[in-house]
Write a protein that binds this ligand. Structure first.
Ligand code: NAD
Length: 253
């Protein structure tokens, strides 16, 4: 790991909480300089404080990933601050309590597509030219097991995560010969605010979600962070275009 990562620079979106925060901390623990980004400044600054307290290097850039100009400014700020961009974890995403597809609304559709799909595409759009110019890099996008299998009463969220995998595979194929690897990580239920909010809204759905993992428990954000670091590392040098389930066995069912 240390050979892979020494002196490198990572950018993490949605890093003010949950999976993004855990991954920003994990990158920093490897000696990587981290740009922590989130639309929530308090959360993002909190992550930076945790990294600095642990002796790492990080800075916060506020960015709403749905806005082209803000994503461009985020990538520009990364290069201006640390000189390069080796690893990008495009993780910002939202969930919205939905009914079945026929009961879902246009506003829910637009909000979910905007953050989960357009946000990831805008990140790729602005990160890839930097990586092309410097001769390579590795990108991981956060999909979900809902990008691989159906998710009843989460149908639009499910469609957004399938789209993230489509973007991931296309980018991997388009830029493979340019030394840019692009993969997706597909978590099952992870113990973050996103899950806790959903569980509080619908305790029955929460109980079902807790019980569905063959491994007998829900996951921890640090377990997704470990997979992201693997996908970014030289150990995954021949791995691109994959959607890696980190799911306690759910998609094996
Ligand atoms: P979280 O709600 O704890 O964190 C998400 C972060 O993204 C927040 O800090 C939020 O402020 C930020 N964010 C939201 N909209 C944004 C925007 N427009 N621009 C920039 N930042 C924005 O959620 P989490 O569980 O850590 O989720 C992270 C990713 O993992 C999401 O893409 C989510 O869909 C995915 N995921 C989560 C689970 C789970 O069970 N928690 C399972 C599968 C996939």
């Amino acid at each position: 790991m240390s050979k892979t990562f020494s002196g490198q620079v990572a950018l993490v979106t949605g890093a003010g909480n949950g999976i993004g925060r855990a991954t920003a901390l994990a990158f920093a623990a490897q000696g990587i300089k981290v740009v922590v980004s989130d639309v929530d400044a308090n959360g993002g600054e909190g992550t930076v404080a945790q990294i600095r307290d642990a002796g790492g290097t990080a800075s916060f850039v506020r960015c709403d990933v749905t806005r082209d100009a803000e994503v461009k400014a985020l990538v520009d700020a990364t290069v201006a601050t640390y000189g390069r961009l080796d690893y990008a974890f495009n993780n910002a995403g939202i969930d919205i309590e939905q009914g079945r597809l026929a009961d879902s609304t246009e506003a829910e559709f637009d909000a979910l597509m905007n953050v989960n799909v357009k946000g990831v595409w805008l990140c790729l759009k602005h990160q890839i030219p930097i990586m092309l110019a410097q001769g390579g890099g590795a990108i991981v996008n956060t999909a979900s097991i809902a990008g691989l299998i159906a998710a009843p009463k989460m149908g639009i969220y499910c469609a957004t995560k399938h789209a993230v995998i489509g973007l991931t595979k296309s980018a991997a194929v388009e830029y493979g010969k340019k030394n840019i690897r692009v993969n997706a990580v597909c978590p099952a239920v992870i113990d973050t605010e996103m899950f806790r909010r959903a569980e509080a809204t619908d305790p029955k759905k929460g109980a079902f979600a807790r019980a569905m993992h063959p491994i007998g428990r829900i996951g921890q954000a640090e377990e997704i962070a470990a997979a992201v670091l693997y996908l970014c590392s030289d150990a995954a040098g021949f791995t691109t275009g994959v959607a890696l389930p980190v799911d306690g066995g759910v998609t094996a069912l």
